[in-house]
Design a protein around this ligand. Structure first.
Ligand code: GDP
Length: 304
């Protein structure tokens, strides 16, 4: 939690502290409620969730009458956690316990536009999984960006996961297929496929990503499609996310670079917009900077 707090310092300084300070004012008049609304919108909480939160806070603060800082913090914590929906299933399906095909690994596709942190996330996730005793094969299906396969392989060597790669500018779907084949042959329990994220033409992306998924499915169903989004891109990221969601069924969101933004409220809006849970968060460039997303811990870090 200490680490989470320090990594979320930017959001904490503006969003968390800002909310607590506004709510502590002696008089909560219309102007103050507007300021609160403004603050939430600036932090990318999103229009509907912001309105809901302000409504709930107004009602509860009225009932409360006099407010101690502890009471306010508790109330705000409860409402923020509720807004992030703690009931959503955030389990990552990283191995299958499939009686009929025990030799088949779980298959995870990592998707998103270039630069959001797909390769880094794949590496960090492999590290966590290997540390947990999983055997992981990495598939370098981002054949579009020349350095991506090298970068992934370097991660693989660091963390103890084998990397399957193809020829430069080769067919991503064939690399993905080979990676799963390799995973099966090795008896690995998880195959993580890092895909390419060129988004200059939507149809190009549709074709390519759709094909990767279809080809991989020749081995059996895909267990997770993780959409990686850069938290610093705000509403732009949400637009991208919707394009991806049209192409493949996203099962989880990885929100990266939360350490580099004050707009931590994006966690709330992205879940709402896609109806898919945030499962992992990226908190820095280092190997240890990937964490499971837990609404309670996240809100605690935000409120400081
Ligand atoms: P890709 O093109 O989507 O595969 O993106 P990369 O994995 O190459 O990441 C792009 C840049 O973002 C790299 O410099 C990463 O180190 C950086 N990055 C990835 N995740 C995080 C994060 O959670 N926080 C920060 N600060 N940087 C990150």
């Amino acid at each position: 939690l200490v680490r989470l707090r320090s990594r979320l310092a930017r959001s904490q300084n503006t969003l968390g502290k800002g909310l607590l300070s506004l709510l502590s004012r002696d008089r909560l008049d219309e102007d103050t409620w507007e300021e609160i609304e403004e603050l939430l919108l600036t932090a990318d909480v999103g229009v509907t969730p912001t309105q809901e939160l302000v409504e709930r806070l107004r009602t509860r603060v009225k009932v409360l009458g006099t407010r101690s800082p502890e009471e306010l913090r508790g109330l705000l914590r409860e409402e923020l956690v509720a807004l992030i929906d703690p009931e959503l299933d955030r389990t990552l399906h990283v191995s299958r316990h499939d009686e009929e095909t025990p030799a088949r690994p779980a298959v995870l596709l990592v998707v998103g536009v270039n630069g959001v942190g797909k390769t880094t996330t794949s590496g960090k996730l492999a590290r966590v999984l290997v540390a947990d005793g999983h055997t992981v094969v990495l598939g370098a299906a981002d054949t579009f960006r020349a350095a991506a396969a090298d970068q992934l392989q370097t991660w693989g060597e660091r963390v103890g996961a084998r990397t399957v790669r193809g020829p430069e500018a080769g067919d991503p779907a064939s690399v993905a297929f080979d990676a799963v084949k390799e995973g099966i042959a090795e008896g690995a329990d998880t195959v993580l496929v890092d895909t390419a994220g060129r988004l200059h033409t939507k149809t190009g992306l549709m074709d390519e990503l759709g094909k990767v998924k279809r080809v991989v499915e020749k081995h059996g169903p895909v267990d997770e499609v993780l959409l990686v989004l850069d938290a610093t891109t705000g509403q732009n990221g949400l637009v991208q996310a919707k394009v991806f969601a049209e192409v493949v069924d996203i099962t989880g969101i990885v929100l990266t670079k939360l350490d580099g933004t004050a707009k931590g409220g994006i966690v709330i809006s992205v879940q709402r917009q896609l109806g898919v849970p945030v499962k992992l968060i990226g908190l820095g460039e280092g190997a240890d900077d990937l964490a499971p997303f837990e609404p309670g811990a996240f809100v605690d870090a935000l409120l400081g």
